[in-house]
Design a protein around this ligand. Sequence first.
Ligand code: ATP
Ligand code: MG
Ligand code: MG
Length: 429
Amino acid sequence: SYRKGGYHAVRIGDSFSGGRYIAQRKLGWGEFSTVWLAYDTRSSEYVALKIQKSAPQFAQAAVHEIEVLSAIADGDPSNSKYVVRLIDHFKHTGPNGQHSCMVLEFLGDSLLRLVKHIRYKGLELDKVREICKCILTGLDYLHRGLGIIHTDLKLENVLLLTTINATKDPIRSGTSPILERPEGIPNGGATMNIIEKKLKQRARRAAARISGRRASMGGVGGGAKTNRSLNGIDLRCKVVDFGNACWADKQFAQEIQTRQYRSPEVILQSGYSFSADMWSFACIAFELATGEMMFTPKGGQGFSEDEDHLAMMMELLGKIPRKIANGGARSKDYFDRYGDLKRIRRLKYGSLEKLLIDKYCFSEIDALEFAKFLCPLLDFEPENRPNAQQCLQHPWLSIKSLNQAEVKSESGMEKVNVGMRNLQMKAGK
Ligand code: ATP
Ligand code: MG
Ligand code: MG
């Protein structure tokens, strides 16, 4: 991909925009771009420099992304809405062509890294709540404030404000600041292979949980997974990656969202709106709390990935009402006129609450409350789903875990006891 029309090769220390930004190290990459930590010599701050591939379709995509990001920044002057901020943009010409560059505020690790860090074990519910509040605040701003649908919400596209490994300085890890240790041109091919392998491993791990076609039900979670503490990590986060975002009244793609986070109306092609983001949001919340994706559909003999996906949704959430099942442009591909799947005939119905208890060892009360939060977001009728603002009012978000309260009151008791002992000692008893 480091050829004409592709990525721009960056060396540590390269300068951009007339010397204003100095490249420090690579932060990540995507299908469209490589993203670099850079030092902004004007503001004396670190920023994320997203350098787009140069071919016309990528340049066009960057124009769109910059338009969306500019609207986001203009509407939120105090930068308090939990959505990534665009600082600047410019063009940079290199051997592979002219590249659109976006300067974004520098953020930390993605939620995917966070979930990996705790070895796919699932976060404490208090932490899940903290993250949910940030994402919902961001979504409420995008949806109600701007009329923008993100369309690609997933763990990779939500970044923490901090890095997970707190002992490692995020700025200095990998290289000391400015120009000290040039690392040469990144080897795009090699990096990509490693990341592709990792993605495949992740998919395989997900697939391994599936016995036959049955993914969402049954199976035993976990095995011996060690605890890793998240103590002291500020779990605030921001929504990023607006390359696929659209205005609700100016949609261009019919197939949106990454497979596992895709809503039923998108699969059925019955039209989508802000509520499609709410479905993906529910998938994210589930994954944070359990460490596993809610749906990992796979095509098989005699049925497609889409059909497996619809089957899984029904097994977990109940039958899709016939009117909805038959209401999309693609309905006939999947459903008969009674609203039953044509090629997957026997479904094993379960419930979210039962899954949380049986597979993920939630207490009954935790499972009940979490399911009450999630299920309305997973309504097959998009119009019935609560919007982000309504969701922010949900009582589940204000629950304080009993565990934590108990731990606190226990340590409180301990102090009282120690105090009593000291008093008794002083009194010579
Ligand atoms: P995609 O194929 O996902 O659309 P893309 O080329 O549009 O990719 P992004 O997803 O925006 O690129 O960014 C690629 C990666 O760079 C992210 O996954 C993340 O690791 C890193 N990154 C992006 N923006 C930032 C930021 N503001 N701060 C820190 N890291 C970032
Ligand atoms: Mg991305
Ligand atoms: Mg993108």
